[in-house]
Design a protein around this ligand. Structure first.
Ligand SMILES: [Fe+2]
Ligand SMILES: [Fe+2]
Length: 365
Protein backbone atom coordinates (compact mmCIF):
# COMPACT_ATOMS: atom_id res chain seq x y z
CA UNK A 1 0.00 0.00 0.00
CA UNK A 2 1.28 3.46 -0.85
CA UNK A 3 1.39 6.05 1.91
CA UNK A 4 0.54 8.84 -0.55
CA UNK A 5 -2.12 11.21 0.83
CA UNK A 6 -3.96 14.25 -0.51
CA UNK A 7 -3.32 16.26 2.62
CA UNK A 8 -0.25 16.19 4.82
CA UNK A 9 0.23 17.35 8.41
CA UNK A 10 2.79 20.00 7.32
CA UNK A 11 0.48 21.86 4.95
CA UNK A 12 -1.46 24.98 5.86
CA UNK A 13 -5.18 25.56 5.30
CA UNK A 14 -6.02 27.06 1.86
CA UNK A 15 -5.35 30.75 1.38
CA UNK A 16 -7.74 32.55 -0.96
CA UNK A 17 -5.73 34.61 -3.43
CA UNK A 18 -6.67 36.81 -6.34
CA UNK A 19 -5.25 36.73 -9.81
CA UNK A 20 -6.56 37.72 -13.20
CA UNK A 21 -5.36 35.62 -16.07
CA UNK A 22 -4.43 37.38 -19.32
CA UNK A 23 -4.06 35.71 -22.73
CA UNK A 24 -1.71 37.53 -25.07
CA UNK A 25 -1.84 36.74 -28.80
CA UNK A 26 1.27 38.63 -29.79
CA UNK A 27 4.25 36.31 -29.52
CA UNK A 28 6.85 38.64 -31.06
CA UNK A 29 9.35 40.37 -28.81
CA UNK A 30 7.78 43.57 -27.55
CA UNK A 31 9.70 44.52 -24.43
CA UNK A 32 13.20 43.86 -25.79
CA UNK A 33 15.04 44.11 -22.48
CA UNK A 34 12.77 41.50 -20.90
CA UNK A 35 13.20 39.17 -23.86
CA UNK A 36 17.01 39.52 -23.47
CA UNK A 37 16.73 38.83 -19.75
CA UNK A 38 14.70 35.72 -20.47
CA UNK A 39 17.37 34.43 -22.89
CA UNK A 40 20.06 35.17 -20.32
CA UNK A 41 18.07 33.31 -17.67
CA UNK A 42 17.73 30.20 -19.81
CA UNK A 43 21.48 30.24 -20.44
CA UNK A 44 22.28 30.66 -16.75
CA UNK A 45 20.26 27.71 -15.47
CA UNK A 46 22.19 25.48 -13.09
CA UNK A 47 21.44 22.11 -11.57
CA UNK A 48 21.57 21.87 -7.78
CA UNK A 49 22.41 18.16 -7.71
CA UNK A 50 25.13 18.39 -10.34
CA UNK A 51 26.75 21.78 -9.77
CA UNK A 52 26.96 21.88 -5.98
CA UNK A 53 29.06 19.34 -4.10
CA UNK A 54 26.61 18.19 -1.42
CA UNK A 55 28.94 15.49 -0.13
CA UNK A 56 30.94 18.09 1.78
CA UNK A 57 30.11 18.27 5.48
CA UNK A 58 29.54 21.76 6.91
CA UNK A 59 32.87 23.20 8.04
CA UNK A 60 32.02 23.88 11.69
CA UNK A 61 35.03 26.06 12.46
CA UNK A 62 34.47 28.34 9.49
CA UNK A 63 30.76 28.38 10.09
CA UNK A 64 31.15 29.37 13.76
CA UNK A 65 33.63 32.11 12.78
CA UNK A 66 30.99 33.84 10.63
CA UNK A 67 29.87 37.07 12.33
CA UNK A 68 26.22 36.88 13.36
CA UNK A 69 25.44 40.14 11.61
CA UNK A 70 23.56 41.63 14.60
CA UNK A 71 23.52 45.40 15.25
CA UNK A 72 25.72 44.81 18.33
CA UNK A 73 28.52 42.30 17.66
CA UNK A 74 27.36 39.65 20.14
CA UNK A 75 30.29 37.40 19.31
CA UNK A 76 32.70 39.96 20.83
CA UNK A 77 31.12 40.22 24.30
CA UNK A 78 32.84 38.56 27.27
CA UNK A 79 29.95 36.20 28.02
CA UNK A 80 30.04 34.84 24.46
CA UNK A 81 33.80 34.44 24.59
CA UNK A 82 33.55 32.57 27.92
CA UNK A 83 31.33 29.90 26.37
CA UNK A 84 32.74 26.55 25.31
CA UNK A 85 33.48 26.20 21.62
CA UNK A 86 30.79 23.53 21.34
CA UNK A 87 28.18 25.85 22.89
CA UNK A 88 29.11 28.70 20.55
CA UNK A 89 28.70 26.36 17.61
CA UNK A 90 25.25 25.35 18.91
CA UNK A 91 24.15 28.98 19.17
CA UNK A 92 25.53 29.99 15.78
CA UNK A 93 23.97 26.96 14.16
CA UNK A 94 20.55 27.67 15.63
CA UNK A 95 20.57 31.40 14.80
CA UNK A 96 21.69 30.65 11.25
CA UNK A 97 19.01 28.00 10.81
CA UNK A 98 16.41 30.56 11.85
CA UNK A 99 17.67 33.06 9.25
CA UNK A 100 18.08 30.43 6.56
CA UNK A 101 14.61 29.03 7.31
CA UNK A 102 13.18 32.46 6.61
CA UNK A 103 15.14 32.60 3.36
CA UNK A 104 13.66 29.20 2.56
CA UNK A 105 10.07 30.20 3.31
CA UNK A 106 10.57 33.45 1.39
CA UNK A 107 11.74 31.37 -1.58
CA UNK A 108 8.53 29.35 -1.42
CA UNK A 109 6.56 32.61 -1.51
CA UNK A 110 8.67 33.78 -4.48
CA UNK A 111 8.00 30.49 -6.26
CA UNK A 112 4.24 30.95 -5.93
CA UNK A 113 4.25 34.65 -6.88
CA UNK A 114 6.46 34.00 -9.93
CA UNK A 115 4.01 31.31 -11.05
CA UNK A 116 1.13 33.78 -10.62
CA UNK A 117 3.02 36.34 -12.72
CA UNK A 118 3.15 33.92 -15.67
CA UNK A 119 -0.66 34.14 -15.72
CA UNK A 120 -1.18 37.72 -14.68
CA UNK A 121 1.30 39.88 -16.63
CA UNK A 122 0.05 41.10 -20.03
CA UNK A 123 3.26 40.93 -22.14
CA UNK A 124 4.59 37.70 -23.62
CA UNK A 125 8.22 38.60 -22.82
CA UNK A 126 7.24 39.14 -19.19
CA UNK A 127 5.40 35.81 -19.08
CA UNK A 128 8.46 34.04 -20.52
CA UNK A 129 10.72 35.66 -17.97
CA UNK A 130 8.42 34.82 -15.06
CA UNK A 131 8.49 31.19 -16.22
CA UNK A 132 12.28 31.07 -15.87
CA UNK A 133 12.03 32.73 -12.49
CA UNK A 134 9.55 30.08 -11.35
CA UNK A 135 12.16 27.42 -12.16
CA UNK A 136 14.86 29.43 -10.36
CA UNK A 137 12.76 29.76 -7.22
CA UNK A 138 11.98 26.03 -7.12
CA UNK A 139 15.73 25.41 -7.18
CA UNK A 140 16.27 27.95 -4.40
CA UNK A 141 13.69 26.25 -2.19
CA UNK A 142 15.44 22.96 -2.91
CA UNK A 143 18.97 24.13 -2.04
CA UNK A 144 18.06 26.05 1.13
CA UNK A 145 16.06 23.06 2.39
CA UNK A 146 19.04 20.76 1.70
CA UNK A 147 21.48 23.03 3.50
CA UNK A 148 19.26 23.50 6.55
CA UNK A 149 18.85 19.75 6.77
CA UNK A 150 22.60 19.39 7.13
CA UNK A 151 22.74 22.18 9.69
CA UNK A 152 19.75 21.88 11.99
CA UNK A 153 16.00 21.84 11.46
CA UNK A 154 13.57 24.10 9.58
CA UNK A 155 12.23 26.83 11.88
CA UNK A 156 8.82 28.51 11.44
CA UNK A 157 8.30 31.59 9.24
CA UNK A 158 8.57 35.04 10.86
CA UNK A 159 5.10 36.68 11.00
CA UNK A 160 6.21 39.88 9.20
CA UNK A 161 7.49 37.91 6.21
CA UNK A 162 4.32 35.82 6.15
CA UNK A 163 2.20 38.99 6.03
CA UNK A 164 4.02 40.39 3.00
CA UNK A 165 3.89 37.09 1.17
CA UNK A 166 0.15 36.80 1.85
CA UNK A 167 -0.52 40.38 0.72
CA UNK A 168 1.48 39.84 -2.48
CA UNK A 169 -0.24 36.57 -3.29
CA UNK A 170 -3.67 37.94 -2.43
CA UNK A 171 -3.71 41.17 -4.43
CA UNK A 172 -5.29 40.93 -7.85
CA UNK A 173 -3.19 43.80 -9.17
CA UNK A 174 -0.23 42.28 -11.04
CA UNK A 175 1.85 45.43 -10.63
CA UNK A 176 1.46 45.16 -6.88
CA UNK A 177 2.63 41.56 -7.10
CA UNK A 178 5.68 42.75 -9.02
CA UNK A 179 6.44 45.54 -6.58
CA UNK A 180 5.81 43.43 -3.46
CA UNK A 181 7.89 40.50 -4.64
CA UNK A 182 10.50 41.71 -7.15
CA UNK A 183 11.27 44.99 -5.49
CA UNK A 184 10.59 44.76 -1.77
CA UNK A 185 11.01 41.06 -0.86
CA UNK A 186 13.70 40.32 -3.46
CA UNK A 187 15.46 43.59 -2.70
CA UNK A 188 15.70 42.63 0.96
CA UNK A 189 16.67 39.07 0.08
CA UNK A 190 19.37 40.20 -2.30
CA UNK A 191 20.83 42.49 0.35
CA UNK A 192 20.77 39.71 2.98
CA UNK A 193 22.21 37.06 0.66
CA UNK A 194 24.98 39.43 -0.30
CA UNK A 195 25.75 40.18 3.33
CA UNK A 196 25.76 36.55 4.39
CA UNK A 197 27.72 35.44 1.35
CA UNK A 198 30.43 38.01 1.87
CA UNK A 199 30.68 37.35 5.63
CA UNK A 200 30.81 33.58 5.59
CA UNK A 201 33.84 31.43 4.82
CA UNK A 202 31.86 28.20 5.07
CA UNK A 203 32.50 26.75 1.59
CA UNK A 204 29.17 25.02 0.93
CA UNK A 205 27.09 27.97 2.12
CA UNK A 206 29.25 30.38 0.12
CA UNK A 207 28.83 28.29 -3.03
CA UNK A 208 25.12 28.04 -2.61
CA UNK A 209 24.63 31.73 -1.90
CA UNK A 210 26.76 32.63 -4.92
CA UNK A 211 24.53 30.65 -7.25
CA UNK A 212 21.33 31.92 -5.64
CA UNK A 213 22.44 35.56 -5.52
CA UNK A 214 23.25 35.52 -9.26
CA UNK A 215 19.71 34.40 -10.01
CA UNK A 216 18.24 36.93 -7.59
CA UNK A 217 20.08 39.80 -9.25
CA UNK A 218 18.27 38.86 -12.47
CA UNK A 219 14.91 38.71 -10.67
CA UNK A 220 15.52 42.18 -9.32
CA UNK A 221 16.46 43.40 -12.81
CA UNK A 222 13.17 42.01 -14.13
CA UNK A 223 11.21 43.99 -11.53
CA UNK A 224 13.11 47.19 -12.23
CA UNK A 225 13.02 46.98 -16.02
CA UNK A 226 9.35 46.06 -16.16
CA UNK A 227 8.05 48.45 -13.52
CA UNK A 228 9.99 51.44 -14.84
CA UNK A 229 8.25 50.86 -18.17
CA UNK A 230 4.83 50.59 -16.47
CA UNK A 231 4.90 53.54 -14.07
CA UNK A 232 4.76 56.31 -16.71
CA UNK A 233 1.57 54.69 -18.09
CA UNK A 234 -0.27 55.01 -14.77
CA UNK A 235 -2.63 57.72 -13.60
CA UNK A 236 -1.59 59.66 -10.50
CA UNK A 237 -4.05 57.72 -8.38
CA UNK A 238 -2.80 54.37 -9.66
CA UNK A 239 0.81 55.34 -9.08
CA UNK A 240 0.06 56.46 -5.54
CA UNK A 241 -1.65 53.17 -4.81
CA UNK A 242 1.44 51.30 -5.97
CA UNK A 243 3.72 53.56 -3.93
CA UNK A 244 1.62 52.89 -0.84
CA UNK A 245 1.71 49.14 -1.37
CA UNK A 246 5.54 49.22 -1.49
CA UNK A 247 5.65 51.50 1.56
CA UNK A 248 3.47 49.17 3.62
CA UNK A 249 5.54 46.14 2.66
CA UNK A 250 8.83 47.86 3.53
CA UNK A 251 7.37 49.33 6.69
CA UNK A 252 6.23 46.01 8.07
CA UNK A 253 9.69 44.53 7.56
CA UNK A 254 11.63 47.10 9.49
CA UNK A 255 9.08 48.04 12.09
CA UNK A 256 10.77 47.92 15.49
CA UNK A 257 8.09 45.60 16.81
CA UNK A 258 8.89 43.20 14.00
CA UNK A 259 12.61 43.42 14.70
CA UNK A 260 11.90 42.60 18.30
CA UNK A 261 10.00 39.51 17.33
CA UNK A 262 13.00 38.46 15.22
CA UNK A 263 15.29 38.93 18.20
CA UNK A 264 12.81 37.33 20.55
CA UNK A 265 12.58 34.32 18.25
CA UNK A 266 16.35 33.88 18.23
CA UNK A 267 16.55 34.33 22.01
CA UNK A 268 13.83 31.70 22.46
CA UNK A 269 15.84 29.30 20.30
CA UNK A 270 19.00 30.09 22.28
CA UNK A 271 17.24 29.58 25.61
CA UNK A 272 17.34 25.87 24.86
CA UNK A 273 21.13 26.09 25.26
CA UNK A 274 22.08 29.08 27.47
CA UNK A 275 20.49 31.54 29.86
CA UNK A 276 19.61 34.51 27.63
CA UNK A 277 19.35 36.86 30.62
CA UNK A 278 23.07 36.47 31.29
CA UNK A 279 23.81 37.25 27.66
CA UNK A 280 21.50 40.28 27.70
CA UNK A 281 23.05 41.66 30.88
CA UNK A 282 26.53 41.27 29.46
CA UNK A 283 25.53 42.99 26.21
CA UNK A 284 24.03 45.87 28.12
CA UNK A 285 27.09 46.31 30.31
CA UNK A 286 29.51 46.18 27.39
CA UNK A 287 27.37 47.88 24.77
CA UNK A 288 29.43 51.08 24.53
CA UNK A 289 32.70 49.28 24.21
CA UNK A 290 31.32 46.84 21.64
CA UNK A 291 29.83 49.47 19.40
CA UNK A 292 32.78 51.88 19.71
CA UNK A 293 34.97 49.48 17.76
CA UNK A 294 32.44 49.03 15.01
CA UNK A 295 33.32 50.55 11.70
CA UNK A 296 32.27 54.14 11.60
CA UNK A 297 31.43 53.65 7.93
CA UNK A 298 27.88 54.11 6.80
CA UNK A 299 26.09 50.83 7.05
CA UNK A 300 22.74 51.49 5.52
CA UNK A 301 20.20 48.78 6.12
CA UNK A 302 18.47 46.93 3.28
CA UNK A 303 15.54 49.32 3.02
CA UNK A 304 17.55 52.53 2.86
CA UNK A 305 20.51 50.95 1.09
CA UNK A 306 18.67 49.03 -1.60
CA UNK A 307 14.87 48.96 -1.61
CA UNK A 308 14.38 52.73 -1.60
CA UNK A 309 17.04 53.31 -4.31
CA UNK A 310 15.20 50.72 -6.41
CA UNK A 311 11.85 52.43 -5.91
CA UNK A 312 13.41 55.75 -6.86
CA UNK A 313 14.79 54.24 -10.06
CA UNK A 314 11.33 52.85 -10.88
CA UNK A 315 9.64 56.21 -10.35
CA UNK A 316 7.91 55.14 -7.14
CA UNK A 317 9.54 57.54 -4.69
CA UNK A 318 7.46 60.71 -4.89
CA UNK A 319 7.94 63.55 -2.43
CA UNK A 320 4.75 62.45 -0.69
CA UNK A 321 5.97 58.94 -0.03
CA UNK A 322 9.60 59.96 0.66
CA UNK A 323 8.27 61.93 3.63
CA UNK A 324 6.60 58.83 5.00
CA UNK A 325 9.73 56.69 4.53
CA UNK A 326 11.74 59.32 6.33
CA UNK A 327 9.31 59.45 9.24
CA UNK A 328 9.13 55.76 9.86
CA UNK A 329 12.85 55.16 9.36
CA UNK A 330 13.57 57.93 11.81
CA UNK A 331 11.20 56.38 14.34
CA UNK A 332 12.77 52.96 13.92
CA UNK A 333 16.46 53.46 13.33
CA UNK A 334 18.93 55.19 15.57
CA UNK A 335 21.96 57.11 14.36
CA UNK A 336 22.37 59.95 11.96
CA UNK A 337 21.99 58.00 8.76
CA UNK A 338 18.33 58.78 8.33
CA UNK A 339 18.90 62.56 8.47
CA UNK A 340 16.88 65.19 10.30
CA UNK A 341 15.03 66.41 7.26
CA UNK A 342 13.64 64.72 4.15
CA UNK A 343 16.30 66.51 2.07
CA UNK A 344 19.10 65.06 4.21
CA UNK A 345 17.45 61.65 4.07
CA UNK A 346 17.31 61.76 0.28
CA UNK A 347 20.95 62.83 0.09
CA UNK A 348 22.00 59.68 1.98
CA UNK A 349 20.24 57.35 -0.41
CA UNK A 350 22.82 55.79 -2.72
CA UNK A 351 22.36 55.20 -6.42
CA UNK A 352 21.39 51.73 -7.43
CA UNK A 353 24.53 49.75 -8.44
CA UNK A 354 24.99 49.75 -12.22
CA UNK A 355 25.81 46.07 -12.26
CA UNK A 356 23.71 44.37 -9.58
CA UNK A 357 25.26 40.95 -10.22
CA UNK A 358 28.78 42.30 -9.61
CA UNK A 359 27.58 44.24 -6.55
CA UNK A 360 25.93 41.23 -5.00
CA UNK A 361 29.06 39.10 -5.49
CA UNK A 362 31.23 41.69 -3.77
CA UNK A 363 33.09 42.67 -6.94
CA UNK A 364 31.84 46.23 -6.53
CA UNK A 365 31.88 48.16 -3.30
FE1 LIG B 1 14.92 33.02 -4.98
FE1 LIG C 1 13.95 35.53 -6.62
Amino acid sequence: MSDFKLTTPTQEPDLDTAMKVIYQWNYDPEVEELRRLYVKATEAQWIAERDVDWERPIDKLKFAATPLGAAVPIEQCSYWKSLKEETRWELTRRAASFRLSNFLHGEQGALMVAAQLVNAVPHTDAKFYAATQTMDEARHVDVFAKYIKKLDEVRPIAPALRNILDATLQTENWMKKLVGMQIVVEGLALYSFREMRNLTEEPLLKDLLTYVARDESRHHAYGVQYIERCVPCLSDAEREELEDFALEAARSLIDQRTQQTFQTAIMAIWAEVIDPVELFTCLQNERDELTRNQKKGRRLGPVQGFVIPTLRRCGLLSERVAKQYHEFLKANLSGNLVGDTVEEFLQHIPDLPEDTAAWVLGQLQ
